[in-house]
Design a binder for this molecule. Structure first.
Ligand code: TYD
Ligand code: MG
Length: 449
């Protein structure tokens, strides 16, 4: 294949040089030069030939997106209802979290042939894994390959029902000299896969490892290219895996799919609330259940706090599964308005089950768990809470109160501490008593703290 001329461009200031350099000679930043292709034939003409024709918005007809079910309910959910024809889905996550496992399982159930390109594992290794998971599928065609050109050639021959690139960091295009995994390679390979998917209608799945250091290009550089971005949350130490929709051109974002890693691969969990609460200790201080909304589904999770006297030196503050800044803010509110002495204390907070919560509705849970731990008073086990806490200690309303309460009632909770504004508007829900509160002291009192 003829080499395209390439050059290196600084991603920070746009300066370009013919050679790679560690430091941009123009802006002085390190590691910002990325290999780029020179546009073919010099200056590019924009859409010469029969291009798109403008049309009135009102005359645009709705198009039914064609979707294929993966037959894995939790995977369909994060995709927005199934695989969309010609879409490109990025699946990111730490190495070893289950990306290959999930795709192998999903692809085995599709009507074939599925072109599964692996630059990481040999066909024998993949076969071994498929056997272990009890997958007997004739639909998967394995291709151990790293050249994207060869992959696309094979794909246009085979006309598969889906294409999997495992992983994007092992793929390279022959048009660039840089190593697989570099920003230029990762971006260019993804763009080519995208072009292939759009022109052929074949859906493509791109697996990308998230890397902690910037040396190897992470999937983040692809987020704006692809249609859908799914990230695995949770760590390898747990058996739970949460797959979250970060971006989706064909469905809602923030949707979560919950799985459990078993001997036979990933198993979808349809009722995550029950799972997240299954190991909840009763009668222990510092634990509270909150009702959160993840995407379109309510999820009950246990929130834990541990407040203890600092033994030596600077107090430690650690938050797992929630925003550290947010917790600091809530600690400050408790000190100032709740009159609690927290400055000499180590404070740990944790969302049980590896879920990452970003909703303000968890504020109320943090306040209750911290106070419960500090005062060593357990929160009644049949109680749930949600609500946003403002800087002056006021409790603010959150969205979808009714959905949250219904989930709590379904799981068997008897009382809910929620923002007064929400309480005044929700209809009565059978089996659950709603206590509306307007500031943190009312909340603490309602929880018996
Ligand atoms: P994998 O899908 O290879 O991770 P990734 O592609 O994201 O790097 O997952 C590998 C891990 O999952 C590995 O630690 C073994 C474990 N595993 C199971 O526990 N059960 C199974 O059935 C399979 C296939 C893997
Ligand atoms: Mg893998």
């Amino acid at each position: 294949m003829a080499k395209t001329k390439t050059f290196y461009q600084c991603q920070a200031c746009g300066h370009s040089t013919p050679r790679w350099m560690g430091k941009c000679p123009d802006c002085g930043q390190w590691n910002t030069l990325v290999e780029e292709k020179e546009p073919r034939g010099g200056s590019r003409k924009l859409n010469a030939g029969p291009g798109a024709v403008p049309q009135p918005l009102s005359s645009v007809r709705e198009q039914e997106t064609e979707r294929t079910s993966t037959l894995i309910g939790e995977f369909d959910r994060v995709l927005g209802g199934g695989i969309v024809t010609g879409s490109v889905v990025l699946i990111g996550g730490d190495p070893g979290i289950g990306k290959s496992t999930l795709l192998l399982q999903a692809m085995a159930k599709l009507e074939g042939p599925v072109l599964y390109v692996s630059g990481e594992e040999s066909p024998e290794q993949i076969k071994l894994r498929a056997d272990r998971m009890g997958l007997t599928s004739d639909s998967i065609m394995l291709m151990p390959e790293t050249s994207l050109e060869s992959v696309l050639l094979a794909a246009s021959d085979m006309q598969p029902s889906a294409l999997v690139l495992d992983s994007i960091q092992t793929m390279r295009t022959e048009e660039l000299d840089s190593a697989p995994g570099s920003v230029g390679q990762v971006r260019d390979c993804a763009a080519k896969a995208m072009f292939y998917a759009k022109s052929s209608g074949v859906p493509a799945f791109i697996i990308g490892h998230v890397t902690k250091d910037g040396a190897i290009a992470g999937p983040r550089v692809l987020e704006h290219i692809v249609d859908t971005v799914l990230y695995f949350e949770g760590d390898r130490g747990h058996s739970y895996r949460i797959l979250r929709t970060v971006k989706n051109r064909f469905g809602p974002t923030n949707e979560i799919g919950v799985f459990e890693m078993s001997d036979q691969g990933l198993r979808g969990i349809e009722n995550p609330s029950e799972m997240f609460l299954s190991e909840r200790p009763e009668g222990v201080a510092g634990s509270v259940v909150i009702a959160s909304i993840e995407g379109t589904r309510p999820v009950l999770v246990e929130l834990q706090a541990l407040v203890s006297q600092t033994g030596f030196g600077v107090p430690r503050r650690t938050s797992i599964g929630m925003d550290h800044q947010r917790v600091s803010l809530l600690v400050a509110v408790l000190e100032k308005l709740g009159g609690m002495q927290l400055s000499g204390m180590d404070i740990f907070t944790n969302v049980v089950g590896g879920l990452k919560l970003v909703e303000p509705a968890l504020d109320m849970g943090v306040i209750l768990a911290l106070t419960s731990s500090l005062r060593e008073k357990p929160i009644p086990p049949d109680l749930i809470a949600f609500g946003e806490v403002g800087l002056s200690g006021e409790i603010r309303a959150v969205s979808q109160a009714e959905t949250r309460l219904k989930e709590a009632a379904k799981i068997g909770f008897k009382r809910a501490i929620i923002p007064k504004n929400n309480a005044e508007r929700v209809p009565a829900i059978k089996g659950i008593e709603v206590i509306g509160v307007s500031n943190i002291s009312e909340a603490l009192e309602a929880a018996g703290l």
